[in-house]
Design a protein around this ligand. Structure first.
Ligand code: MRU
Length: 347
């Protein structure tokens, strides 16, 4: 385990129930929450107990398992109909990460040819989604690390690690692999206002997995690049449109603009389940807006001037032309565009 700097998991199925490491409490406390039904699972996703596109999808898949067990027990005759409410509830939990809808579709397809108790088949499907995600992350780690020259330094934004996925991570998986290969000099993490996924979660993961990290204020990225301190920005994604536009945590777009200005390379690592072939461009991607209080308060303490309002879009879209490489488990697309993305999807 130590060799690959990979010791953390945040979603697990244990003793017949779903358990989530409560990411709202990290890094101060490591608390596991146990969920027994789909409504609570949808609420956990909405409230960010679990977050990160692939982890949201995996959690929703286990939510379907919990729901089907309950519905079948309550009414073995017409459980399918009743399950629709649970699908809808899970689908409403967060709008931007397409992995959520991808996972729900996959569970729905598995349901189609089921007879009798759906629980064992659906549990196996959810576990397969989880395992495949970890395998995809490992592969992306290899492919992404291969693009990085020895002695490079990198900047990452948000949290894209074991906490945001089934395990290992997308962008953070690339960083883990590049670190394990001895290629990295320094890892910088944007603190990622307002939810602090960088300083709370990415830094916690890297410290725990023995990879040195420096956290910086999001606004320091331009100055970091101007000083020639990083060679790559490496980020994940919540949804990649068919033309290669990339939705990711708010602030990603600014790092991409800055990277291009300073001659720094920009890499997006995401599993193929993050690519939305039905979304022609980034312009149509639904961007979640959350409670203004997330901007105006820190740690539950109001810091913004009383009477001020706030705008809190939590994702933005980076145009494909600012991306140097999209790394998926199916291969790497350099300088993405519609044709190249289509070829990737056909692999
Ligand atoms: O609001 P969050 O924390 O769910 O946002 C997460 C991100 O933006 C990640 O960068 C993205 O989901 C990719 S995670 C592998």
């Amino acid at each position: 385990m130590t060799l690959t700097h990979d010791t953390i998991r945040a979603v697990r199925w244990r003793d017949g129930g779903l358990e989530l490491l409560d990411q709202r409490k990290l890094p101060a406390e490591e608390i596991w929450l146990r969920l027994e039904e789909a409504g609570a699972t949808a609420e956990a996703i909405r409230a960010m107990v679990v977050r990160g596109a692939p982890a949201i999808g995996i959690t929703a898949a286990f939510g379907v398992v919990l729901a089907a067990r309950q519905r079948f027990a309550d009414s073995p005759g017409d459980w399918r109909q009743a399950l629709e409410v649970d699908f809808e509830r899970l689908a409403q939990s967060r709008p931007t990460a397409v992995n959520l809808f991808w996972a729900l579709d996959r569970m729905r397809r598995r349901l189609a040819d089921l007879d009798g108790d759906p629980f064992p088949t659906l549990l196996a499907e959810a576990q397969a989604i989880h395992d495949e995600d970890i395998a995809a992350n490992r592969r992306m780690g290899e492919l992404g690390a291969a693009l990085i020259e020895s002695g490079s330094s990198v900047l990452t934004h948000c949290n894209t690690g074991s906490l945001a996925t089934g395990g290992y991570g997308t962008a953070l998986g690339v960083i883990r692999s590049a670190w394990s290969a001895g290629k990295l000099k320094e890892v910088y993490a944007d603190e990622t206002r307002p939810w602090l996924q960088g300083s709370r979660l990415t830094a916690w993961e890297l410290v725990k997995d023995r990879i040195p990290v420096r956290v910086q204020a999001d606004g320091a990225a331009a100055w970091l690049m101007a000083q020639g301190k990083v060679d790559w920005v490496i980020v994940g994604s919540d949804r990649i449109a068919a033309n290669g536009d990339v939705a990711n945590k708010i602030g990603t777009y600014s790092t991409a603009v800055l990277a291009r200005h300073h001659g720094v390379k920009f890499m997006v690592a995401a599993p193929i389940s993050t690519v939305d072939p039905d979304m022609p461009s980034g312009a149509g991607i639904p961007i979640e807006t959350r409670d203004p209080d997330e901007i105006l308060s820190l740690g539950g303490q109001r810091v913004g001037a009383v009477g001020a309002d706030a705008w809190n879009p939590v994702f933005d879209v980076t145009p494909a032309e600012l991306v140097d490489a999209i790394v998926t488990e199916k291969g790497v697309v350099e300088r993405p565009n519609r044709e190249k993305m289509l070829r990737l999807l056909e692999v």
